[in-house]
Design a protein around this ligand. Structure first.
Ligand code: GDP
Length: 326
């Protein structure tokens, strides 16, 4: 199938073609890469924008339960929902986040939903590119909401935040009165902190946790681009499907505010630039891993190790040989 046919089918929302296109962008083969780039270019359409929601949380916090309940709530409103995952291989030993077929079983049967299991064993740089391109394909296919899931392992949150319009952090109720060792950087990324499992015996603890985080968030910062009261902490129960409508209302409030004050468009533009620079950086690093640069680097490395050259001089000389004097 040529690029034009593929692009047409994806724009028409054909899932099989979408799934195959995601497989194509995941491929490391250089001929596939060329096809993928042509397809992404053919599909470029700034007017087709999904709401991209990043979701992070440690294993067991209830991400898949939440995504299923939240996704079903949105599809019941007639919205098309795609679910993607960022899964650096370090996060799980070889497994994939959404690989388990029992996860999100009901949502996966929903005609308005599209769930993409993440392939395992990829480098973080590769994960970012693959996920970003999969998001772009889903946007082109007309999805209204793209949920991008990640386990809470630090670096992958940053990737997801750079891919998202909104970033949600899912937490469990704390046992004591301590904040759960959530890294400051991750809290700073969150637009909404959702304390899940606010049901049954866990409800009082969940409400205490919400209050703790609400306090911490107010101390942390108030971003000028956000309406008063954001970022917020809210209780939810994915299992009882409680608080999800409220969470969705808050998300829409935030999005509408950001769209109205130009922040939405600015963020998207900044993100696009970020990914351009990141691609360039990865490309230059890849060039260093190939001959003759690789051999050159090994030779300079050896001379530095022998004490024949300083690291600075060797780097400067290597850059000069590459035609890029520092
Ligand atoms: P994930 O690893 O973050 O995807 O977490 P799961 O969605 O697989 O949920 C882990 C466990 O927490 C499962 O046993 C769920 O049934 C349970 N769980 C998820 N959401 C809730 C909730 O809102 N309330 C309660 N009580 N349990 C929940």
């Amino acid at each position: 199938m040529d690029t034009e046919d593929r692009a047409r089918l994806i724009r028409a929302g054909d899932r099989r073609t979408l799934a195959r296109a995601i497989t194509l962008v995941e491929s490391a083969r250089s001929d596939h890469r060329a096809e993928a780039l042509a397809l992404l270019d053919a599909l470029r359409d700034p007017d087709r924008q999904a709401l991209r929601i990043g979701l992070s949380g440690t294993p067991g916090v209830g991400k898949s339960t939440f995504i299923e309940a939240f996704g079903l709530m949105l599809t019941a409103q007639g919205l098309k929902v795609a679910v993607l995952a960022v899964d650096p291989s370090s996060a799980r030993s070889g497994g994939s986040i959404l690989g388990d077929k029992t996860r999100m079983e009901r949502l996966s049967r929903e005609p308005l939903a599209f769930i993409r299991p993440s392939p395992s064993q990829t480098q973080l740089g590769g994960v970012a590119r693959r996920t970003r391109e999969a998001v772009a394909l889903c946007e082109a296919a007309g999805f209204d909401v793209v949920l991008i899931e990640t386990v809470g392992v630090g670096q992958s949150e940053t990737v997801v935040a750079e891919l998202s319009d909104l970033f949600l952090l899912l937490l469990a109720p704390a046992g004591g009165d301590e904040l759960q060792g959530v890294k400051r950087g991750i809290m700073e990324m969150a637009d909404l902190i959702l304390v899940n499992k606010a049901d049954g015996d866990l409800k009082p603890a969940a409400l205490r946790t919400v209050a703790d985080y609400a306090g911490a968030l107010q101390l942390l910062r108030r971003r000028p681009q956000d309406p008063p009261g954001f970022p917020k902490a809210l209780p939810v129960s994915a299992l009882a499907q409680d608080g999800l409508a409220r969470a969705w209302e808050e998300m829409q409030l935030l999005v509408n505010w950001r769209k109205a004050n130009g922040h939405w468009a600015r963020t998207r533009a900044t993100q696009a630039k970020h990914w351009f620079e990141e691609e360039l950086r990865q490309g230059l690093l890849a060039a260093l891993a190939k001959e003759p640069q690789k051999g050159l680097m090994a030779r300079f490395g050896a001379r530095v190790a022998e004490g024949e050259m300083t690291p600075e001089a060797a780097a400067a000389e290597m850059l000069r040989l590459l035609g890029r004097p520092a």
